[in-house]
Ligand binder design. Structure first.
Ligand code: HEM
Length: 324
């Protein structure tokens, strides 16, 4: 209850009216709107399956013993980021949807084209950085000796594969979600974006649960001793927040979709809603307006913090705790 009041106060302070708030959930979710999207085809299942398989293979190669295989893993991660960038710069910008999106549900929606530009550019920068890293790694001869379990100062293979698979999935889920939410309802390709977004989102929830269980079995390494007290607090806070978001984003997405009365699109299947339509306003606000912005801040700090630790503070081992 307190959370609801807090959310309403924040959003009203941002100039979002009650009428607009009411519209948020009414129009949300791919197949829940009046204009029905076409029925599922095999392609609907194939694309998310390819993305999931590529993410797992990438994460597995990135932490393989042989240096050449690790370089291939990093090259695959680079290709993944560049593919998101190519999708944005060629397809999204060429589609005309950024200029003529679905009518806004709240004033905050007018930020989405700019948000997609930032995400597309970030994917391009990450792809290029990973490409350079892959080329450098290709010259390395260092074998990676690593067990499945976590060690006191570095993560083991299982945690690393969880981490990099989920990182790859997030890079696809977020821009697909933002873009899906602005595609006009009569566009033929609208459904595939919801399918990819929701399928990968459900898998993130499964992976997050598996990761938490694994952490209980194999204790996570302590934070890097080279961190200053303030940096330790920030790193710890970012890790807690990221775990919270890994659970909260899929759960709120699923509940929001269910309250609209829409099925959850999972590969080529439509998982029926678990309960009847209702007022999912708070869930919609959380999934579409509050949690994504918290994610951008925490995710950005996590990546910038790791880069600072490695390149500005010069700690060689900063990345070796989780990769290579
Ligand atoms: C890690 C998991 C997830 C992340 C990071 C995530 C993130 C996002 C983001 C950033 C948006 C765009 C919000 C906006 O700008 O309006 C979005 C939209 C959406 N998400 Fe998710 N999501 C996740 C999982 C899910 C799941 C599991 C479902 C449903 C089962 C779901 C359903 C939706 C729907 C239907 C929209 C579009 C709403 C609209 O049309 O306005 N999401 N999500």
């Amino acid at each position: 209850m307190h959370l609801t009041i807090l959310l309403f106060t924040v959003l009203l302070a941002l100039g979002i009216s009650p009428e607009l708030l009411a519209a948020v959930t009414a129009e949300t979710a791919g197949s829940g709107s009046d204009v029905q999207t076409p029925p599922a085809t095999q392609l609907d299942g194939l694309l998310p399956l390819m993305i999931v398989m590529t993410s797992i293979v990438t994460a597995w190669c990135m932490n393989y013993a042989a240096p050449k295989t690790r370089a291939i893993g990093t090259a695959l991660a680079s290709v993944g980021c560049l593919a998101v960038a190519v999708w944005f710069f060629f397809f999204v910008t060429g589609s005309g949807i950024l200029e003529n999106p679905k009518p806004n549900q709240t004033p905050m929606d007018s930020a989405k084209p700019a948000l997609l530009w930032v995400q597309g550019s970030a994917a391009l920068a990450a792809g290029l950085l990973l490409l350079v890293t892959a080329l450098r790694q290709g010259r390395s001869t260092r074998e990676l000796t690593l067990g499945a379990a976590n060690e006191s100062q570095r993560y083991g293979r299982v945690s690393r594969i969880f981490h990099w698979t989920m990182a790859a999935l997030f890079i696809v889920i977020v821009p697909m979600g933002v873009f899906a939410s602005i595609i006009p309802e009569d566009a033929a390709f609208r459904r595939i974006y919801y399918t990819i977004h929701e399928t990968l989102g459900v898998l993130v929830l499964v992976l997050a649960a598996g990761r938490i269980l694994w952490n209980r079995r194999s204790r996570r390494p302590a934070l890097d001793t080279a961190l200053k007290p303030m940096e330790r607090k920030m790193a710890h806070g970012a890790h807690v927040a990221l775990y919270g978001l890994m659970l909260a984003l899929p759960v709120t997405g699923f509940v929001m979709t269910t309250y609209v009365g829409a099925p959850t699109l999972f590969f080529a299947w439509e998982l029926p809603p678990l309960w009847g339509p209702g007022n999912g306003l708070v869930w919609g606000l959380l999934h579409k307006y509050i949690l994504p912005y918290i994610l951008y801040i925490v995710w950005g700090s996590h990546i910038l913090g790791a880069l600072k630790h490695r390149y500005i503070d010069g700690h060689e081992n900063a990345f070796r705790r989780m990769v290579s």
